[in-house]
Design a protein around this ligand. Structure first.
Ligand code: MG
Length: 385
């Protein structure tokens, strides 16, 4: 049973203002619509996607949404939601006999919810994901601000999308609702056609973006997603210099031939941290042509890199460093290096990993002529880590 998805993005969304339809507003560098398209495009059980847009946006659909791996088509919406859905369904290939209908205003739909909806639609012909109500629900009297009665909360489910249907069941329900008023979801039309609709577990994060407050909350949520960066550094080793990593002395007989302290651990970490923030690299922030940085200690540069990313609201979640060194042995110094890095990175020592490797005698590092280091750092919004 091939699965077709109809993403409803036909609304004008004037409530959010800005003259741009809500579904095309930016959320973390992508439109709301793009988030939904990506979620379904990445799902293994989805075979094709149709996006229903306002008529004047259809021609620009592909450029607004960007590339997809699955077949992706754009059609113009109708007057009411059910008209838009009907036009979307009719643009699916004849093979699609399970249809999911999704609101573009729900960018955070997850794969597990999609799984549950597809499975239930196959089994029960119609399925809606929903979350239990956590507030007590009052029914008002005749549209007046007066409580008629309290609805038992255990019976109340808040419906989400995607809603899933056997295609013939959805077609029949939409045709049955032809003369009716606007349906706010497709399950409602199926209910009105007298057919059962199964409830499956939704996801509280799969919420609908309706107001500017919703959008701001969603933007805060996406900016708190973790960001990874990588760094690499290498210095030549020569006799008669001191080898210092994160302030820890490893040797006074052999060390980096460098104007700076040649601390490959700190330098690789600086690049990883700046990289995760999209904030350039060590050479950009601390050029060695600038006398201020020429002899700067690695830990000082690291502290400055931290203040660069902190100014962008980011903090380190964890960091992992591999040092490639033939001699002296790194192992006896690993704990001291972690203890030295942790307070500068602003994390507990168990969030800093330092590992040693040799290069098996291969190349300059393997011959002991150089020391190299690789680092990965994870950042997240400060307070969210
Ligand atoms: Mg360096």
């Amino acid at each position: 049973m091939p699965v077709g998805v109809v993403i409803v993005a036909g609304g004008r969304g004037t409530r959010l203002g800005a003259g741009v339809p809500k579904q095309l507003l930016d959320l973390g560098g992508r439109s709301l619509l793009r988030w939904s398209v990506e979620a379904f495009d990445a799902h293994a059980q989805v075979d094709e996607i149709v996006v229903v847009l306002p008529e004047d946006f259809v021609a620009r659909g592909a450029s607004l949404v960007g590339p997809a791996r699955r077949p992706l088509a754009f059609v113009a919406g109708g007057a009411r939601r059910q008209d838009s859905v009907r036009l979307g369904v009719s643009a699916l290939s004849a093979a699609a006999d399970i249809v999911l209908v999704h609101d573009a205003a729900r960018p955070f739909v997850d794969a597990a919810t999609i799984d549950r909806v597809i499975a239930a639609a196959r089994e029960a012909s119609a399925a809606v994901p929903a979350v239990p109500a956590s507030d007590t629900v009052k029914l008002a009297a005749d549209g007046q601000p007066r409580v008629a009665r309290t609805i038992p909360r255990g019976d109340v489910w808040l419906a989400q999308t995607p809603q899933g249907f056997r295609r013939d069941v959805l077609d029949e329900a939409i045709a049955g609702g032809h003369g009716a008023g606007e349906a706010t979801d497709e399950a409602m039309l199926v209910e009105q056609a007298g057919r059962p609709v199964r409830i499956v577990r939704g996801d509280p994060r799969n919420r609908k973006i309706t107001t500017m407050d919703d959008l701001e909350a969603a933007r805060r949520m996406t900016s708190s997603l973790p960001r990874a960066g990588t760094g690499y550094d290498l210095h030549r080793l020569v006799p008669g210099r001191t080898l210092v990593l994160a302030g820890v002395v490893l040797s006074t007989e052999i060390g980096p031939a460098s104007h700076s302290d040649g601390d490959v651990v700190c330098h690789a970490l600086v690049d990883a941290i700046l990289g995760a923030a999209g904030a350039g690299d060590i050479g950009h922030h601390f050029p060695n042509t600038d006398p201020r940085w020429k002899d700067a200690a690695g830990l000082d540069l690291l502290a400055r890199a931290i203040s660069v990313v902190r100014a962008r609201g980011l903090a380190v979640v964890n960091a992992d460093v591999t040092v490639v060194l033939e001699r002296p042995k790194l192992a006896p110094h690993v704990d001291a290096i972690r203890e030295a890095l942790a307070p500068v990175l602003g994390v507990a020592p168990d969030r800093v990993s330092v590992k040693g490797k040799t290069n098996e005698g291969v190349d300059a590092v393997g011959r002991g002529e150089a020391i190299a280091s690789h680092a990965v750092a994870m950042l997240a919004a400060e307070g969210g880590a």
